[in-house]
Structures are given as C-alpha cells and as structure tokens.
Design a protein around this ligand. Structure first.
Ligand code: NAD
Length: 162
C-alpha cells in the first residue's frame, strides 16, 4: 500500500492523512503550487501526508524534532500541517496572514483538557482556515477508517463472487 500510495495508484490510504486530504477537497483548498510545511515525519501521519501532497503538486517541506529553525519554514508556508504531540507548539508569530493550519495533534494537559499542537486562540484570527481540537482531524480519521473498511468489504465481495 505504501508503494502504491507513493506512486499515486489506487490504494488503502492511512486514515489521518486521507482525512486531511478530504478536508482540503471539501473546502476547495487548492494544493497545486502551494508551499506546504508538514511538521512531524511519523510513518502514520507526516510521511504519508507528504506523499499525498507531492502527488497533488504541492511544494512540500517536512520538519521534525531536529529541524533547526521551525519558524523560518512555517512563516513562508501557505499551508501548515502539524502532527507532533507537543501542546501549543505552533504559535501566531510562526505563520503568515491567511495561512491554512491543520492541527493533527491530540494532547491531554495535566488539567484533563484536550488540546492540539497549535495555539488555536492565538492563531484563529490570523488563519484563513484552522482546524480545532477536538472536532477537527479526529472525526475525519474515523470517517476515513470507515471508508477504508467499506472499500475492503466491497473488494472481498467482488473476489468471492468471481
Ligand atoms: P510520533 O511521535 O510518531 O511522531 C512525532 C513527530 O513529530 C516526529 O517526526 C518528531 O520528530 C516530530 N517532533 C516532535 N517534537 C517536535 C518539535 N518540537 N518540532 C518539530 N517536530 C517535532 O507521533 P504521531 O503518531 O505522528 O502523532 C503526532 C500527534 O498527532 C500526536 O499528538 C497524536 O496523538 C496525534 N494524532 C492524531 C490523529 C488524529 O486522528 N487526529 C491521528 C494520529 C496521531
């Protein structure tokens, strides 16, 4: 599946990046020619996210915990997708006006509150599109997992009726 995904062939996509792509589609957010920064390079989010974006002709930069100056990358980006697991890492002064910010992070604070990797309150008036936590990427992940399940069931049915 990874090989098929990277080659832009029909495949089972990892649910979280799949959900983010669906969100772009639903909100008519153009990707072709856009500068996109993906923060986090895990196998389940960052790496597949970058592949899907490259296949849509975005110019993609992938950052990680060793990235020297995160702000120098994010402040030039049209779209920032953050998936690191560090509460409030992405702040208002790190993005340009009108940026699209997709917050994948899910962090439980000591107070019990669930927050993302982006500082939602600080960013909300600066971004043209910003996903909340909770109620943003999480439900999209669940929806895409169900979509993959239905696709798998349909494929099995087809195989069994042959
Ligand atoms: P992971 O721990 O496997 O990877 C984290 C990545 O972030 C690594 O590449 C690491 O180098 C990078 N990173 C860590 N600190 C950084 C920093 N200060 N600056 C830049 N990069 C940094 O995590 P994961 O499985 O990709 O998950 C990331 C977050 O997304 C977690 O909060 C997780 O709970 C959440 N998540 C949410 C969903 C969803 O459906 N919303 C799905 C998967 C993961």
């Amino acid at each position: 599946n990874v090989g098929r995904m990277v080659s832009n062939l029909d495949s089972f996509l990892p649910a979280t990046p799949f959900g983010v792509m669906r969100m772009f589609e639903e909100h008519n957010i153009e990707l072709s020619g856009k500068d996109v920064v993906v923060i986090g390079s895990s196998d389940i989010v960052g790496k597949p996210m970058a592949s899907l974006l490259i296949n849509r002709k975005a110019t993609v930069t992938v950052c990680n915990s060793r990235t020297k100056d995160l702000k120098s990358h994010t402040s030039k980006a049209d779209i920032v997708i953050i998936a690191v697991g560090v509460p409030y890492l992405l702040k208002e002064d790190m993005v340009k006006d009108g940026a699209v910010v997709i917050d994948v992070g899910i962090n439980r604070l000591d107070t019990g509150k669930l927050v993302g990797d982006a500082d939602f309150e600080g960013l909300k008036n600066k971004c043209s599109f910003l996903t909340p936590v909770s109620g943003g990427v999480g439900p999209m992940t669940i929806a895409m997992l169900l979509k993959n399940t239905i696709k798998a069931a349909n494929l099995r049915d087809k195989r069994e009726t042959k």
